[in-house]
Design a protein around this ligand. Structure first.
Ligand code: ZN
Ligand code: ZN
Length: 346
């Protein structure tokens, strides 16, 4: 089968790989769509250590069950499925609580083991979830990452209530879905902040009421003004930068919540305690999601309440994976999510 392998260097090669065998408790899936994520980009550029080189890349995917291993129940050949991005230990407190994002023993597909940028993949049955007929494979491929992650940030960590004013800093992949979900959960005003005009136009299409260009002189003032002068009740950050987290903490309303979902190595400052404590700001990290939250976004998408029709902004065959990663790196055409389509063209 054809596969996209990351080698030391790092170097991306399109290769012929043996079809993976199915063991007990495992399921083989014919990959019909695989999402390209910032994590793949960091791995391909050597900014993220990849423990198992060479490795088939990719942790987002959806497809059709091709073979079911011994002892697996609930799935059979031909079932449409989506894949969870990592193999979890199944026994730690996070796993027992269903919080797949917090398992310390998680082995992410495409990093610690072969991933979704291939014609077929074998995963443990715990990585597989049924994909309703009404959801396209390309949307199935992004539900268990860009969409469920956004849902966890908006619904659980921020706990957005109807009528609240929400600012979203960084409106790419996950940020775009934060806007869609904040609207769905009843946010009154949504303010989109990004350094790209294209991203801001997409944010407007997703339902943001006000767009603020992050490159202007006084962004803080513009965000606070857009939220009626007091600042937003909730600020959700998906840029992963020191400056954007600091902006979130200074523009949020008194008593407000800041949810930080952008991952990076920079270290933001809390600011003077008199301000942080005196304004009673909550700063919350947000990572991954629970199985129940993933099931919820699948349900919202299948019912049509969550509209992902604007979420896929580029489609590539498997042998153009390196080009897709470059396009994501250069933010060519302001991507939201790019997908690889390994099979015959739909
Ligand atoms: Zn990802
Ligand atoms: Zn675990």
């Amino acid at each position: 089968m054809k596969a996209v392998r990351l080698h030391a260097g790092p170097e991306i090669r399109i290769e012929e790989a043996p079809e993976p065998e199915v063991g007990p408790g495992q399921i083989r899936v014919v990959v019909r769509a695989a999402g390209v994520c910032g994590t793949d980009l960091h791995a391909a550029h050597g900014r993220l250590p990849v423990p198992a080189l060479p490795v088939i890349m990719g942790h987002e995917g959806a497809g059709v069950v091709d073979r079911v291993g011994e002892g697996v129940s609930g799935f059979r050949d031909g079932d449409r499925v989506l894949l969870l991005p990592s193999e979890t230990c199944g026994s730690c407190p996070a796993c027992e609580a269903g919080h797949v994002g917090l398992c310390a023993g998680a082995r992410i597909l495409g990093m610690a083991r072969d991933g979704t940028f291939a014609e077929k993949i074998v995963v443990p049955a715990s990585c597989v979830l049924a994909l309703p007929d009404r959801i396209a494979f390309e949307h199935g491929a992004i539900l268990a990452d860009a969409v469920a992650t956004a849902y966890h940030a908006v619904a659980t960590r921020a706990g957005i209530a109807g009528g609240e004013r929400v600012a979203v800093i960084g409106c790419g992949g996950v940020g775009h879905h934060v806007i869609l979900l904040a609207r769905l959960l009843g946010a009154k005003t949504i303010i989109a902040v990004d350094a790209s005009q294209g991203a801001l136009r997409r944010a407007e299409a997703a339902g943001a009421d006000v767009q603020v260009d992050a490159r202007i002189e006084n962004v803080r003032k513009a965000v606070r003004r857009a939220a009626g002068g007091e600042g937003p009740d909730v600020v959700i950050e998906y840029a992963g930068r020191r400056s954007s987290v600091e902006l979130a903490m200074t523009c949020v309303a008194r008593g407000g919540r800041v949810v930080v979902g952008g991952v990076g190595m920079e270290s933001p400052e809390l600011g003077p305690l008199v301000s942080f404590v005196g304004r009673e700001i909550a700063v919350l990290g947000s990572m991954g999601y629970t199985r129940a939250e993933l099931a919820r976004v699948v349900e919202l998408t299948a019912s049509g309440r969550l509209d992902l029709s604007g979420s896929i902004t580029g489609r590539y065959p498997l042998d153009r994976a390196a080009e897709a990663i470059d396009d994501l790196a250069n933010r060519r055409d302001d991507p939201i999510r790019l997908v690889l389509l390994p099979g015959p063209r739909p």
